[in-house]
Design a protein around this ligand. Structure first.
Ligand code: HEM
Length: 127
């Protein structure tokens, strides 16, 4: 028997609810809102594609946008340690809100934590 991917364990509906809830929080966060566009439709769509493949589901992001190169795609935006913490706190809150719990949440969150550190490209206080 094949082991389920994290994407299959979480499920598409739950992942989409997570992303929509997450950007609802980002939109209201004073440290994050200023670097995001006013409209979250497109970024939420891309993030659903990205996280689907990040969790071992179909490569939806790559099919439409090419190699993820996430760090490079973030370089135009000043991602500071403060913003990385804010991003992760919105994610924690979104996971709490939709009720994503257990080992699958812990694994997913620890990967996001590592990826978020990798996105930091600007020191605090530089902007
Ligand atoms: C795009 C901020 C971490 C995935 C973006 C954008 C911003 C941003 C400002 C561009 C929005 C636009 O289109 O104008 C941040 C900040 C982070 C962070 C402050 C804190 C560490 C992450 C992490 C992931 C991620 C950890 C994935 C696990 C994405 C994706 C896009 C994106 C998929 C869309 C890329 C595209 O345009 O194709 N992010 N991000 N981000 N971010 Fe992040």
């Amino acid at each position: 028997e094949r082991k389920l991917s994290p994407f299959e364990s979480i499920g598409e509906d739950t992942l989409h609810r997570l992303v929509d809830t997450f950007y609802g929080l980002v939109a209201q966060h004073p440290d994050l809102a200023p670097i995001f566009p006013n409209q979250f439709t497109e970024i939420a769509r891309k993030q659903k594609q990205f996280l689907t493949q990040y969790l071992g589901g179909p490569a939806l992001y790559t099919e439409e946008h090419g190699h993820p190169m996430m760090r490079a795609r973030h370089l135009p935006f000043p991602v500071t340690p403060i913003r990385a913490r804010a991003w992760l706190s919105c994610m924690t809150q979104a996971m709490d809100t939709i009720g994503l719990q257990g080992p699958i949440r812990d694994e997913f969150y620890s990967r996001l934590h590592l990826t978020a550190q990798h996105m930091i490209n600007t020191p605090d206080g530089a902007i």
